[in-house]
Ligand binder design. Sequence first.
Ligand code: P1T
Length: 384
Amino acid sequence: MKFSTSAIHTGNEPNLEKGGSGDVVVPIHLATTFARRKVGEPTAGYEYSRSGNPTRYALEKNLASLENGRYAFAFSSGLAAITNVLLLLKKGDHVVSIDDVYGGTRRLFVQVFEQFGLEFTFASFASGKELEKHLKDNTKMVWLESPSNPLLKIIDIKDVCRTTKAKKILSVTDNTFASPYFQKPLDLGADVVVHSMTKYIGGHSDVIAGCAVVNDAGLANRIKFLQNAVGSILSPFDSFQVLKGIKTLPLRMQKHEENAKKVVEFLSRHKKVKKVYYPGLPTHPGYNIAKKQMSGFGGMVSFELMATLSQSIKFLESLKLISVAESLGVVESLIEHPASMTHASVPKEEREKIGLSDGLIRLSVGIEDIKDLIADLKQGLAKI
Ligand code: P1T
């Protein structure tokens, strides 16, 4: 089945058996527990809703198909999914993470997992060779975000995974920015894919959710065990919300990208704009890799203004249609200031090392009419 068809149908198959209701969308199964005819035998495979729920299972089946994976697990947030994946490790293990990751991911690594004896190195690398110099004898996981948040750095996922596979190191790719519509890391050799489904997958700013997708049965068993043991599962209602969002994922992604390209064109020509970060720009250092491993460049754009920090803030506050808000990948355009918002928990000297300047602005281009978006950006820039 092709992507757009599977996005709509997988997990939503109507039950046309005798006694089945034939619903064309999966019902929201609110029951917390499932009665049995026999003590030792769950009636339809479900026991207790934390360990398995029919609505969540429908979503998990759908997510696996979107990522060309065999197993998917839905969690109560992107960070809950990331936590469960990190729990595959044990005290003393070392993780190499791309330096430009979501601020909350870095905070979880440093302020939570370091307390439990995990060791982290944050580094900038785009290839397996560049990664190699950061590996140690106890490196057990490599954490990738490509495109990264917020600088849209691109990593050659296939090349990095060739290195991690040879050294039996688990590779994880946070695929939130690309969405499975534009990039499939499992096909490129990643062991685990994670998403904040709060973003493109959900798409409508009305559900916080996360997932992990894998191909390996052993790995799937360990994540399934953790999902139940830790308990940070996605609720049936939220699973339904995400499934509903996924149906329009292909259409939304096409429009996000179409609009983003026009925004990039506008910003690149504007005299008050100093620099534009977008992997679809041929001048972007990761352009060729992005072109090779993604089927589209996505809807996220970052930029710096030819302006002081207070003028940049004034620009943000002058916007009328585009909301100043954290989050991304949703139908409405959102703009933010990473240094004081999404990446405020990253110490300033670390931000500087990564190249994340105090003036950086991140725009999640929505699917509104492009003329309205450009008009809003234009009037905002005229105010500074
Ligand atoms: O917010 P949550 O669903 O827990 O997802 C965390 C997360 C994980 N990975 C990436 C790449 C992310 O961007 C996020 C969340 N990011 C934002 C809220 C933001 O505005 O960047």
